[in-house]
Design a protein around this ligand. Structure first.
Ligand code: SF4
Ligand code: SF4
Length: 76
């Protein structure tokens, strides 16, 4: 599972991007996004998600379980 950035809460401050040890966070034209193929949840480096810790707006979180399952059903 990867973390997701809540577009509604994200202020596009850019603080999270350089903190990611895997360069999994990038900026698109309209939002910051996390590449699920690169995100390790920081298990090997910090033990807890670094981006979640540094985000001043609490915009980064694990997807809600039910939403995650819905996505798996739709795209998995
Ligand atoms: S949890 Fe860690 S690896 Fe995943 S996007 Fe955040 S900083 Fe990068
Ligand atoms: S640190 Fe938080 S508010 Fe800033 S760009 Fe990243 S997700 Fe958005």
């Amino acid at each position: 599972m990867t973390l997701v950035i809540d577009e509604g809460k994200c202020a596009r401050c850019g603080v999270c991007e350089p903190e990611c040890p895997h360069e999994a966070i990038s900026q698109t034209e309209n939002a910051y996004i996390i590449d699920a193929n690169l995100c390790s949840e920081c298990r090997e480096r910090y033990g807890t998600p670094r981006c979640e810790e540094v985000c001043p707006n609490k915009a980064i979180d694990k997807p809600k379980d039910s939403l995650y399952k819905k996505c798996l059903n739709l795209f998995g």
